[in-house]
Design a protein around this ligand. Structure first.
Ligand code: FES
Ligand code: FES
Length: 155
């Protein structure tokens, strides 16, 4: 057991746990950040996606010891106060969630895409999100939501 200091959503947080504890467990169980979801626990579905230094990471297979000095951003950290991130509001406007279990991973992965490419075409959006599984079949409305967010994020 060790104490770790993590920078999460702009705040320094401390947790005592084993080195190989998945970051997802720390985020949800210790920090009550329930945006990232436990889906497969095997790095295969994307439900647990968070950002570390702006890169998408599957937090179910990322040991807390490997986070080190990286800045972790979760879905909970995208909004600014009461103002939702354009991706969050676009998912609401397009009703892009059914059960909502995949939505965290869709939004966090789309954020990485839009940070790199402000005008992705439909194929680029689908390719970026291909590793995020949705068993409700919400893909078409997810693509529309990402397109809407891209329009809203344009200067
Ligand atoms: S829960 Fe992490 S990839 Fe499925
Ligand atoms: S909305 Fe249910 S898994 Fe995607």
């Amino acid at each position: 057991m060790r104490t770790f200091e993590l920078l999460v959503n702009g705040m320094t947080r401390r947790v005592a746990c084993e080195e190989d504890t998945p970051l997802l467990y720390v985020l949800r169980n210790d920090f009550a950040l329930n945006g990232p979801k436990f889906g497969c626990g095997l790095g295969q579905c994307g439900a647990c996606t968070v950002l570390i230094d702006g890169q998408s990471v599957r937090s179910c297979v990322t040991a807390v010891n490997d986070v080190r000095r990286g800045e972790v951003t979760t879905l909970d950290g995208l909004a600014q106060g009461d103002k939702l991130h354009p991706l969050q509001s676009a998912f609401l406007s397009e009703e892009a969630a059914q059960c909502g279990y995949c939505t965290n991973g869709m939004i966090m992965t789309a954020k990485v895409l839009l940070d790199r490419n402000s005008s992705p075409d439909e194929m680029q959006i689908r390719e970026a999100l291909a590793g995020n599984l949705c068993r409700c079949g919400a893909h078409n409305s997810v693509v529309k939501a990402v397109q809407r967010a891209a329009r809203e994020l344009k200067p």
